[in-house]
Design a protein around this ligand. Structure first.
Ligand SMILES: [Zn+2]
Length: 420
């Protein structure tokens, strides 16, 4: 009895200490140089992938250490050693990292030529090329003893195994896609690399990490002039600086405890996988005052409605939303966001868990699914509660005049309007 009491007191104290610690936690970046040791990665004529990856990873890390002393940089390897994929992810998870960046070099079968820089985030893409890259990068696990157990039956050479990647949700994915776009833009402009865009594929090392992250393919080691530049100290430095600048931009946006502010001079549009159908026409939205600062823009992202896959089935729901918006000009409309996806889901998709009365909108390259629409916050609050069993991560969002709106501000306005 006595010891139980002490134990719970100690547990409470530990919890308090841990909370205080995590509040002051430094931003932790994990840099993962792909391959190493007996795993050389892809082979060129004058070099090996593992060495190119390491030189870029170390150069990138040096930029971070020099320019952002408040960031803790953790390397999965700093020398030519073999580290299993799972261990790379474990290093990041144990470090409680905020961001994971894996550096690789691409390759093509003999006779094929390609040039350029590309960034991958975790996800499933139908394109066979993306699957090929993921399969090649994942195949290293067959060099590990007992990999069938470690990766729960995952077979890197079977396309069937990749179906599990088809659906990833949550803010990690949004942030990863945003980071990938920043890296593409920054490196391709700053280091003059052909922009091969942001892609999604099933990389094990990204699946096993629990923080936002992406995997960079620096260029094609099998293309002679690309291999040359990836072995040039100056070009490696340009690329590393480009990755660093994108990292600084990302950290500036998402790390609130930032002490070395970085202000990019231009916007950061870059190619991304097409999610909205190509014939999609942007609807006219009500004019809103231009946000004065970058941070307010980040807090109120531009949103665009997503065209329905099967219009008919959502008629009823759309009517409801339109009604709510007409009734309540200038009043915030609350909704429950149930999930986010990198692609448009078909009606009846298992992730919608049988719900048909949903609506969707697009933001930061993701399709977001919502339920309900009301200016009455309490109504939406109750709706969320009733949805939690099916969608444990459901949360309330707000719109105003058809634009995504800060939910805290929306609740304050709701309370003010109620007291009028
Ligand atoms: Zn690789």
């Amino acid at each position: 009895m006595f010891s139980k009491k002490i134990l719970s007191l100690v547990a409470m104290w530990l919890l308090l200490v841990l909370n205080a610690f995590s509040a002051n936690k430094r931003f932790t970046l994990v840099i993962d140089a792909g391959h190493g040791g007996h795993d050389a990665g892809a082979l060129g004529t004058i070099s090996k992938e593992k060495d190119i990856n390491l030189s870029v990873a170390l150069a990138f890390g040096r930029y971070v250490e020099r320019n952002q002393p408040d960031v803790r940089v953790v390397y999965t390897r700093k020398t030519d050693v073999f580290i299993p994929l799972k261990e790379r992810a474990n290093i990041a998870n144990r470090a409680n990292a905020d961001l994971f960046i894996s550096v690789h070099t691409n390759a093509l079968p003999a006779g094929k030529i390609a040039r350029g820089f590309e960034t991958y985030t975790l996800g499933m893409h139908r394109a066979k090329d993306n699957l090929d890259v993921a399969m090649r990068e994942n195949s290293v696990i067959s060099m590990e003893k007992g990999y069938q157990q470690t990766y729960q039956g995952f077979d890197p050479r079977s396309s069937e195994s990749y179906i599990i990647f088809e659906f990833i949700q949550g803010k990690n994915m949004e942030r990863s896609v945003e980071l990938a776009r920043m890296i593409q833009k920054s490196v391709c402009t700053g280091a003059n690399r052909p922009n091969k865009g942001v892609h999604q594929a099933g990389f094990l090392v990204l699946r096993e990490t629990s923080m936002p992250g992406c995997l960079i393919e620096l260029g094609f080691i099998t293309t002679p002039d690309e291999e040359q530049l990836l072995n040039s100290t100056n070009r490696v430095d340009d690329i590393a600086r480009g990755i660093y600048q994108a990292f600084a931009q990302y950290k500036d946006r998402y790390d609130k405890g930032v002490s070395v502010p970085y202000r990019p001079t231009d916007d950061n549009k870059a190619e991304a996988p097409t999610i909205v159908p190509s014939d999609y026409k942007e609807e006219k939205t009500l004019a809103v005052a231009k946000p004065a600062t970058r941070s307010t823009r980040a807090a109120q992202p531009r949103t665009a409605p997503v065209r329905k896959v099967e219009e008919q089935e959502h008629k009823q729901n759309q009517k409801k939303v339109v009604k709510a918006q007409n009734q309540t000009k200038d009043e915030p409309v609350f909704k429950v966001q149930i999930l986010a996806s990198s692609r448009v889901l078909r009606t009846g998709d298992c992730h919608l868990k049988g719900e048909t009365e949903y609506d969707s909108y697009q933001e930061n390259g993701m399709v977001k699914y919502t339920m309900g629409a009301s200016t009455n916050y309490n109504e939406i609050y109750r709706l969320r509660k009733s949805l939690l069993e099916k969608f444990p991560e459901a949360f309330i969002i707000a719109f105003k005049n058809g634009q995504k709106y800060d939910v805290g501000q929306a609740i304050r306005e709701y309370k003010q309007n109620k007291n009028k």
